[in-house]
Write a protein that binds this ligand. Structure first.
Ligand SMILES: *[C@@H]1O[C@H](CO)[C@@H](O)[C@H](O)[C@H]1NC(C)=O
Ligand SMILES: *[C@@H]1O[C@H](CO)[C@@H](O)[C@H](O)[C@H]1NC(C)=O
Ligand SMILES: *[C@@H]1O[C@H](CO)[C@@H](O)[C@H](O)[C@H]1NC(C)=O
Ligand SMILES: *[C@@H]1O[C@H](CO)[C@@H](O)[C@H](O)[C@H]1NC(C)=O
Ligand SMILES: *[C@@H]1O[C@H](CO)[C@@H](O)[C@H](O)[C@H]1NC(C)=O
Length: 349
């Protein structure tokens, strides 16, 4: 019964069977009862329990990982500290492997020699690994018209499924590939792109920012009418990445901030030229130039004279009338006086 040679043959047979990948039943029928148990699926990092039924009078029993014995009876052969014995009695022989790794995947065999027949139980262990994005493009800055390729590569078991989408603005640009190709990129395609790696177990998501540089475009200037002595403001707006620097010219002369009575304030896409007190010499043709490293753009405005009634002409007539008479009459007279006061200006046009 407890023939050591017979035992060696049994274990040797189990090893041979596994190494050669032979069907479990082909050799064993004459020597042993073999059964393939269901596959065990375990996640990376979890604990794997390997349980095997024992027979009536068990003489020898062992758990093997491929060709190496993990446990022979209650004797630990494996040097791996993650492997330990859970139960060994008449009913069962159970060991566990803690903190399971990818390399633990494969076939495990429980070889049992009983008083009647030797048996082997084969368990196929599958290790699942959550997806993890390992290789991802860095944030990039490109010029408009460049060909852009983003990379997103992930590991995981089962093999993760990769998808891309744009999350800033309406993000329906999607592709299901490790590589996202954007030929001749336009400014509208700038933004944040999200790569998602998914498998049965989990999801990993990472983002990449694409900045698209382009030369400035200034909005058409609108001519501005200003009354002498009033504040005058010229505004210039430029769309550019990176943000444009602004320069202001009157005819061919550069205007700088230090000049008396004016101020240039540029914030982001807008530049504002302010005259605190417009005088005759300020009227004329102004040009705003927006510049970045990719180019420049300009627009011109006219600041022209608008003559408005002074506060004295506006107030003198109506006030005199309203002091004396009823309101309806006052309004009528007001209108008449208003027209009379403006007649010289109206005739000019
Ligand atoms: C176990 O997994 C292997 C490989 O993944 C597969 O070929 C086999 O059919 C599975 N067996 C069972 C019983 O699920
Ligand atoms: C099982 O065998 C493989 C291949 O030799 C090894 O990498 C793995 O660490 C072993 N696992 C255990 C739990 O012994
Ligand atoms: C972008 O790709 C196209 C082909 O898809 C090629 O003709 C073109 O030269 C490329 N442009 C640059 C800047 O590499
Ligand atoms: C604007 O300038 C004129 C002429 O130089 C001056 O008379 C007037 O007081 C100034 N107005 C203001 C608000 O500074
Ligand atoms: C204003 O100046 C710009 C630039 O010098 C010129 O192109 C434009 O024709 C001028 N506009 C007028 C109305 O003189």
């Amino acid at each position: 019964m407890t023939n050591p040679l017979y035992w060696t043959i049994l274990v040797g047979m189990a090893v041979l069977m596994l190494e050669q990948g032979l069907p479990v039943h082909s050799q064993g029928d004459s020597l042993a009862d073999n059964k393939v148990m269901d596959n065990i699926t375990v996640r990376q990092g979890e604990t794997l329990i390997l349980r095997c039924a024992q027979g009536d009078i068990v003489t020898h029993t062992a758990w093997l990982n491929r060709s190496s014995i993990l446990y022979a009876g209650d004797e630990k052969w494996s040097v791996d500290p993650r492997v330990s014995l859970v139960t060994l009695n008449q009913e069962e022989f159970t060991i566990k492997i803690e903190n399971v790794e990818m390399t633990d995947e494969g076939q495990y065999v429980c070889a049992v020699q009983t008083s009647s027949r030797p048996t082997t139980t084969v368990i196929h262990v599958l290790v699942q690994v959550p997806p993890k994005i390992l290789d991802l493009s860095r944030d990039i800055v490109v010029n408009e018209g460049s060909n852009v390729t983003l990379t997103c590569q992930a590991i995981g078991k089962p093999e993760p499924f990769i998808s891309w989408k744009r999350i800033s603005s309406s993000g329906d640009l999607a592709t299901d590939d490790d590589y996202l190709e954007i030929p001749f990129i336009s400014r509208q395609r700038a933004g944040t792109y999200e790569c998602t790696a998914v498998n049965d177990i989990d999801t990993d998501t990472q983002t990449v920012d694409i900045t698209v540089n382009y030369a400035p475009t200034v909005s058409d200037g609108r001519d501005v009418g200003v009354t002498p002595g009033q504040r005058g403001v010229l505004e210039c707006e430029a769309d550019a990445v990176p943000e444009a620097d602004f320069e202001w010219y009157k005819d061919d002369r550069r205007i700088s901030n230090g000049l008396d009575g004016i101020e240039i304030v540029s914030t982001g896409s807008l530049s504002r030229l302010t005259f605190f007190n417009v005088s005759d010499g300020d009227y004329g043709n102004y040009t705003c130039v927006a510049i970045n490293k990719l180019g420049s753009s300009y627009t011109s405005f006219l600041m022209y004279v608008v003559i408005e009634p002074t506060s004295s002409t506006l107030l003198q007539g109506p006030r005199a009338v309203q002091d004396g008479s009823g309101s309806a009459m006052g309004v009528h007279l007001h209108t008449c006086l208003f027209i009379v006061a403006f007649l010289p200006f109206l005739m000019k046009f």
